[in-house]
Design a protein around this ligand. Structure first.
Ligand SMILES: Nc1ncnc2c1ncn2[C@@H]1O[C@H](COP(=O)(O)OP(=O)(O)OP(=O)(O)O)[C@@H](O)[C@H]1O
Length: 273
């Protein structure tokens, strides 16, 4: 049976561009919009888990690794053990450092690109949206995430010269689409960590937009650089809970609304066809 769940993967092989912050705040933003949301930490650094207050994940047995192992060894998975409910109305499956070994292990596994997709199958029926935070690489973990995705959200830091990295990422997404997962499409680029107080910051955002716009959707909302975003990570809360009147909180709220609108428009136009 076809589910209505949207699996959105947050990917960019460049480090520190706001993937985790975007996963958390768009995820909690979507929950505020009434969606049932599951967040998956798919990075061995486990920053998403820590950002949501789960600091001890390296000592935890029930992480995404347990589920992946279940698929590989063909043993039943108890999803209730894995899912942790966060106060801000989202569920999360944490990760830990074991996931790094897992990437090596996958090399010799049957259907190795589709292990995460198979893991998510029963969860698609339970959630409206599943957001997956990827590691900063285009290795087997990111390929697994892309193979399970309906959409890819690409955070790009407001800096000159991200073009080379983007070409490689878009090339990988194309390959995954042709060879493994025909469903996948790019939801859009979210410009992050922008310094809109300076002329240089503003012109960088304009240049990025001009460079991307012909090929790819770039969201109107720009996520500004702001200390409240970094502080929220430290206290294990979203920016909405930590500093609801901050520019970063308003920007993530707007980005979430844009994402919801773009989904509604797509849905409508596919019904009108
Ligand atoms: N808008 C923002 N303003 C200020 N700091 C931010 C903002 N967004 C993220 N940060 C901080 O920048 C750092 C990197 O952000 P984040 O972890 O979200 O990036 P990432 O792309 O997931 O990193 P990695 O590639 O290492 O997984 C973190 O310390 C985070 O708190």
């Amino acid at each position: 049976m076809q589910s209505n769940c949207n699996v959105i993967v947050i990917a960019n092989q460049k480090g520190g561009v706001g993937k985790t912050t975007t996963t958390e705040n768009v995820g909690i933003g979507l929950a505020k919009e009434g969606k049932k949301v599951l967040l998956i930490d798919f990075d061995p650094q486990a920053d998403l888990s820590a950002s949501l207050g789960i600091r001890n994940s390296d000592n935890m047995d029930h992480t995404i690794c347990e589920a992946l192992n279940g698929i590989i060894q063909d043993i039943p998975i108890n999803y209730d053990d894995l899912i942790i409910h966060h106060d801000e109305n989202v569920d999360i499956i944490p990760s830990n450092i074991e996931l790094a070994d897992f990437e090596l292990k996958l090399v010799s596994v049957m259907s190795r690109e589709r292990i995460l997709d198979m893991t998510l199958e029963p969860l698609r029926k339970k959630y409206d949206v599943i957001l997956i935070d990827c590691p900063p690489s285009l290795g087997m973990l990111t390929i697994n995430a892309l193979s399970s995705a309906d959409k890819v959200l690409i955070p790009v830091q407001a800096q000159y010269l991200p073009a080379k990295g983007m070409t490689k990422l878009l090339g990988t997404i194309n390959k995954v689409q042709h060879q493994i997962n025909p469903r996948i499409t790019v939801l859009g680029v979210a410009i992050t960590l922008a310094n809109m107080q300076t002329n240089l910051g503003k012109s960088t955002v304009d240049t990025l937009r001009e460079n991307f716009d012909q090929h790819i959707n770039v969201f109107d909302t720009v996520i500004p650089i702001g200390v409240k975003a970094a502080e929220a990570t430290v206290v294990g809360k979203s920016v909405y809970e930590h500093a609801k009147d901050s520019n970063v909180a308003k920007a993530y709220e707007n980005l979430t609304k844009e994402i919801v609108r773009s989904q509604k428009t797509k849905h409508k136009s596919s019904h009108e066809r």
